[in-house]
Every structure is written in C-alpha cells, then in structure tokens.
Design a protein around this ligand. Structure first.
Ligand SMILES: NC(=O)c1ccc[n+]([C@@H]2O[C@H](COP(=O)([O-])OP(=O)(O)OC[C@H]3O[C@@H](n4cnc5c(N)ncnc54)[C@H](O)[C@@H]3O)[C@@H](O)[C@H]2O)c1
Length: 386
C-alpha cells in the first residue's frame, strides 16, 4: 500500500508488524448501519484524517439511506461485510452489527488485513472471542473493543483509586445494576432474539459494569462461575404494549447473576437486569483490607458513575467517610475519544486502547454465567490457548 511504512518486529515476540500510516486519510468502512453506527459516524465526521469510503448492511437500501442522512456522497454500499472487504482497500472498519455477527465480521476483517473497532460486547461466547484473538494475532492489526465509558474521567478515577493502594488488598466486589423496565426494542428485535443478540441484559449493559470493576483491579482471570439467568419479563406479552409478538421472539436473558472467583483471591458478585421489581439492585462496592469504595449505581447506562463515590476507612480509632467529588469532564464526547484512540493506534501502530486480551475475561464471565445457568451448577472457566 502506498504511503505506509512497515517495519518487521521480532517475530518471536509476536506475529505483529509495526505499521504507520502517514500522509493520507485513513480509509474506513462501516459494517452494520443501525442505531449505534450513527454514533460512530458522528465521531468519524469530526476526524479530519478519516475518509468514510464504504458501508455494508444486510438490509437492502439501509446503508445507502444511512450515508444520505449524513450528507455523504460517493460512499460505496454493499449487501454484507464480506462483499465490502473483498472489494475495498480499507485501513479500518467499525463493526456495528448485532452481537451474533461480531465474531464472523471481526475474523473476516482481520484475516484480510483490516484494523477493527468492534462494538461491545466482544461477541457471544468465549470460543468466539478466542477465534477473534487468533485472527488478531495472525494479522498483527489493531483490534479494539467499543467500551467508551472507560474513557470517562470519573471511571478512570476508580482505577486510579484502586492503584493508589488506598483500599489495600481488594478481596470482594459487588457490581451490576439495571432498569426497572427497560428491555430495548425501539428499533425492532435485534437485541432480544437469540439469532441476532445471543445474550441479552448481560451483553447490553452487564458487560459495562464488569469492565468498570475488572479494569480497575487489572482484569484478573476468572477461575469459576456460578450463574443464573431468567427471562420472566422478556417472555411476557404485557411487557410490550402494542407488540405482544416480541414476547414470542424473546430468546435471551432479561436478568442474570453470577458469583465469580477471580485470580488473586477476589470474589465478584454480579447482577444485571433489563427489568425487575425494584428500583436498583444496589451500588457497586469494592472492598479492600484498608478501605472500601462505593460507586453509586447509574441509570443504566450513561457511561459514568451515578454520583460522587465514597471512600470508607478506619483512621486510628475513627471511621472516616470521604466523599470524592465528581470530576467535571468537559472534553470530547466519549464516542469521539473511543474513535480517536482507535485511529491513533491504527496510524501509529500502537496497542489497542481497549485490548481484546482484557475483554476476553469479560466475555468468559458472561459465557460462564450462561453455561453455569444452563447446567445448574458452578463451572470452571476454560479458555483455550490463543
Ligand atoms: N457502545 C455503545 O454505547 C453501544 C450502544 C448501543 C449498541 N451497542 C452495540 O452495537 C451493536 C449494534 O447495535 P445496534 O443497536 O446498532 O443494532 P441494530 O440492529 O440497530 O443494527 C445492526 C445492523 O447490523 C446489520 N448487520 C448485521 N450483520 C451484518 C453483516 N454481516 N454485514 C452487514 N451488516 C450487518 C443489521 O442488518 C443491522 O442493520 C450491538 O452489539 C450493541 O451491543 C453499543
């Protein structure tokens, strides 16, 4: 490719090459032109070094309409990801498909030497995550997963607090959250059928709360999972006024809970709901030997903490509670940060801002909950070699 300088690195270290792209715009394609693709496009349009050259959607005419909405002319549209990748010379793609199509699209793009920004959740199963990572390793390309809340100043503060040592040794984490009634169907059934979504509340919002706490404590490997999931609200026609057929289509979890043992002696107690008969299943708490941190639950999911955090400590003979003021974060939008950090990694050949090696464990916990819930007992987490 013109204007791309490539330098081989030590092949024993990793099957990677350092690639720098200079002197021209990055050629980007969008796979899946539904709801979240709009946020990607809004951000790409603000990036002066990007040219959106192509897009693909399975629904005829949808990609064409999408680019017209953004006032873009000359963007070539394709009926699926493969047709686009085969025909185009792309530097990068945003994968904005429903969950079941994350793995096939990511693997095909990476196998064809295209850098990938993959929407969350990474995919549906641990096995898929491993296949994606094998393709990533072979390609040497950048793969980043779309967890933009990580880029919020208050979320970053959680990691800083843990890393400062003020909590001592972390041994227990409670996290999760949910909505009283909030099964996402405004754009049809892509979030609720097994064929498209594969996983429900866990994939939509649960993966965020897992990322919040796991990122803070350094993404320890999950060892065992005891999981539960249910679909009482999803399968009830009363949940969908005017659309009782959604109850029939519902094939995922609307509530899930898990008790997870993590490497390093940390217990993770997790629950997530798209619908439940309570206002909140509780705040996130991180318990350490020297301090405890409470992170108020959010109205799922706005990308930040639900209010000021509190640090609980024993100082001398006294119990001290410190309210940590919220940081005013007036910088670029979280989506702009997600897209920019991915583009910078692609241009400079630097590591992915949200690496698959971390999100693999997020996926393994979700998959562990599914598998444990199905067999009715605790399971050992097995992650194949990558
Ligand atoms: N990061 C965030 O804040 C955020 C927010 C919402 C959704 N998401 C994630 O984004 C993903 C998409 O969600 P959505 O609400 O946009 O879904 P959507 O159903 O509105 O759009 C998905 C689109 O992908 C298309 N598609 C599926 N497979 C394809 C393929 N192989 N080639 C081309 N097009 C294909 C579908 O036809 C559909 O138009 C989900 O995985 C979801 O978890 C992320």
């Amino acid at each position: 490719m013109s204007n791309i300088s490539t330098m081989e690195l030590d092949p024993n270290k990793a099957n990677k090459e350092e690639t720098k792209i200079t002197g021209r715009k990055l050629r980007v394609g969008i796979i899946g032109t539904g709801w979240i693709a709009h946020s990607h496009m809004d951000s790409y349009k603000r990036m002066p070094d990007v040219e959106i050259v192509a897009g693909a959607d399975l629904i005829p005419g949808k990609a064409e309409k999408f680019f017209k909405e953004f006032g873009l002319e000359g963007v070539r549209c394709y009926p699926n990801d493969k047709a686009m990748i085969d025909a185009e010379d792309l530097d990068a793609v945003s994968i904005c498909t429903y969950n079941r199509q994350h793995a096939p699209c990511a693997i095909y793009a990476l196998e064809h030497g295209v850098n990938v920004l993959l929407e969350k959740p990474m995919c549906v199963t641990t096995e898929e995550a491993v296949e994606i990572m094998r393709a990533e390793k072979k390609s040497g390309k950048v793969l980043s997963i779309g967890f933009q809340p990580r880029m919020d100043a208050n979320m970053r503060e959680i990691k800083r607090i843990v890393e400062s040592g003020v909590l001592g040794k972390v041994y227990y984490i409670q996290t999760g959250g949910g909505r009283r009634r909030g099964i996402p169907t405004p754009f049809g059934t892509s979030f609720i059928t097994d064929e498209t979504a594969g996983i429900g509340a866990m994939a939509d919002i649960g993966c965020y709360s897992l990322d919040m706490v796991l990122n803070a404590v350094g993404y320890p490997k999950p060892l065992t999972v005891s999981g539960y999931k249910s679909d009482f609200f999803g399968k009830n026609p009363v949940t969908y006024p005017g659309h009782p057929e959604y109850a029939e289509a519902f094939g995922v979890d609307d509530f899930a809970a898990g008790f997870i043992r993590l490497e390093g002696g940390i217990i993770l107690d997790f629950r997530i709901a798209w619908a439940m008969n309570v206002n909140t299943p509780g705040d996130t708490i991180i318990l350490g030997t020297l301090g405890g941190l409470r992170i108020p639950s959010t109205d799922c999911w706005n990308g930040s903490t639900g209010g000021p955090m509190t640090l609980y400590q024993q100082v001398g003979t006294q119990q001290i509670d410190t309210v940590i003021p919220l940081i005013k974060d007036d910088g670029p939008s979280l989506f702009d940060r997600k897209i920019r950090s991915f583009l910078d990694a692609v241009k400079n050949g630097t590591p992915a801002p949200v690496p698959s090696s971390e999100i693999l464990y997020n996926q393994a916990i979700i998959d562990g909950i599914v598998k444990s819930a199905e067999c009715g007992h605790e399971i050992k987490v097995k992650i194949p070699e990558i």
